[in-house]
Design a protein around this ligand. Structure first.
Ligand SMILES: Cc1ncc(COP(=O)(O)O)c(C=O)c1O
Length: 480
């Protein structure tokens, strides 16, 4: 026990343990609680002292499966509407197992020509899927936050270059503050990327026309004019998580072109609106951006960690992310180079495999249908909410997010906020369905996002029934 060399023969048995657990877990996924609090005591079994002697492969895997299948959040299932979370398609799940089996380092071609080729194909398919022209390139990242970091790092390099500085070698010292302009929808993830790049998260100049966050384009234009030709960065949001709304991308592209600014688009989930002719107007203008961040682990329904950055001038990636100076490493232009030198991470798992497999399995039409089905389901949910006397929809539904609140009669606005906050907590404790709360236009609201391939209208009808049941309880508690 305790030496993997002596346990080689256990490998297939351990994989079979996983395979045997997968059937019941996946079968139950549509019906099981999203989160089962009664299983929580099992989590304590994970802690304890580091074992001196290992318990052996099969025993450790058995324990992990026993605890994991009982305590995992069923966010891969059809009733999880919190955040914006997809499941794993059948092909993506199998391909993710292949990632671990092959255990490639998707660092450079010298570490895996296979992983590099799959990433090149997957990025090109993603580019084509969302309708960007040939010549765009990019890199797969761990998340949309890292994709934002990738795009905004390129923006930083471009901006410093305009000031005559190679920021790669000399950093930000001596440069003025980089002007970053956005509307009110700018996501904390883009701010976090700016913070990691040394600009600070609070330097974003967010021009909102109202307390929802709609962009004040005239104010952005005025500010750009005031900058008088100094380089600036525009951050647009394609799909904000409260109601799935979009900044006017074509208008922002026009401003960027007029004033010579860099346009970065955060389309973590909203970029996928481009897949359907019904919603493609929302993403019109993306081809005029300089950099775009998105997530495949959201609407593409592949496992974590699957962000991606697409950029108009891929040649900018090498100078920004290469690691010159270590004689044993290839350079970014080296035939043995690769994506580990074109993005923020170096050694990386071959996260392209599930993306490639899922796109190969379901194709453009399969994904178009998925996006359209989810938009139809969001419309169905909105109609159900509109028909319910105790529910109030707070926003239009341009995509897959429905923003609404529980609204029994005769409560003041502060009481409604209180009831909806309690309702949000109650949903997470109850566990039959999951949705999160937000504050929309000053009101506490629920914002279910529909992005899992398994979700059906029946799941959403159940969601509404549970919201009304728990909402009534929360209102009664308040009255006590
Ligand atoms: C618009 C937007 N940007 C960025 C993110 C961050 O994504 P990730 O968690 O993959 O970094 C999200 C997450 O929901 C998002 O909605």
């Amino acid at each position: 026990m305790g030496d993997p060399l002596k346990e080689q023969a256990e490998t297939l048995a351990a994989l079979r343990q996983v395979f045997d657990a997968a059937g019941p877990y996946l079968d139950q996924l549509p019906e099981r609680l999203v989160y089962d609090r009664s299983a929580e005591p099992l989590l304590a079994e994970l802690a304890g002292p580091l074992p001196m002697e290992g318990e052996g492969t099969q025993s450790a895997v058995e324990r992990l499966l026993r605890i994991g299948t009982a305590t995992a959040t069923a966010s891969a299932g059809p009733r999880f509407y919190h955040f914006v979370i997809g499941g794993s398609t059948p092909a993506a799940l199998a391909a993710d197992w292949v990632v671990s089996m092959l255990d490639q380092n998707a660092f450079v071609r010298a570490s895996s020509r296979f992983a590099d080729s799959v990433e090149t194909a997957a990025l090109d398919w993603l580019r084509e899927l969302v309708g960007l022209p040939r010549g765009w390139g990019g890199a797969l990242t761990a998340s949309a936050t890292f994709a934002n970091l990738t795009g905004l790092a390129l923006a930083t390099h471009w901006w410093a270059e305009r000031h005559g500085v190679d920021v790669t070698s000399s950093g930000l010292v001596g440069l003025p503050r980089m002007p970053v302009l956005s509307g009110g929808y700018v996501h904390p993830s883009a701010r976090k990327a700016l913070q990691m790049l040394g600009h600070g998260k609070d330097t974003v100049e967010a021009y909102a026309a109202d307390d929802i966050g709609h962009i004040d384009l005239a104010a952005v234009r005025r500010r750009l004019a005031e900058l008088d030709g100094a380089p600036a960065v525009l951050v647009a949001t394609a799909g904000e998580p409260n109601a799935g709304d979009f900044d006017p991308l074509a208008d922002l592209a026009e401003l960027a072109e007029t004033f010579g600014a860099w346009l970065h688009i955060d389309g973590a989930f909203g970029l996928f609106a481009a897949l359907s002719p019904r919603t493609a107007h929302l993403t019109a203008g993306i081809e005029r951006a300089d950099s775009i961040a998105s997530d495949a682990h959201k609407w593409l329904n592949v496992p974590y960690e699957s962000g991606f950055a697409l950029v108009r001038e891929p040649d900018r990636l090498g100078p920004a992310f290469g690691m010159p100076g270590a004689a044993y490493l290839p350079g970014p232009d080296d035939p043995q180079g690769g994506y580990g030198l074109l993005g923020p991470e170096s050694s990386r798992r071959a996260r392209a495999l599930p993306i490639w497999a899922s796109l190969a399995a379901y194709g453009r039409n399969g994904y178009r249908e998925l996006v359209e089905r989810h938009c139809d389901l969001a419309a169905h949910l909105a109609a159900t909410i509109d028909a319910a006397p105790d529910l109030e929809r707070l926003a239009e539904v341009p995509l897959n997010v429905v923003c609404f609140r529980y609204r029994p009669p005769d409560l003041s606005e502060p009481q409604l906020d209180d009831v909806n906050r309690r309702l949000g907590q109650a949903l997470l404790t109850d566990g039959r369905v999951f949705a999160g709360t937000t504050v929309y236009g000053g009101r506490v609201a629920l914002r279910p996002a529909i992005s899992n391939w398994r979700t059906t209208a029946a799941d959403l009808d159940l969601f509404v029934d549970i919201v009304r049941e728990l909402g009534a309880k929360a209102a009664a508690e308040l009255a006590e």
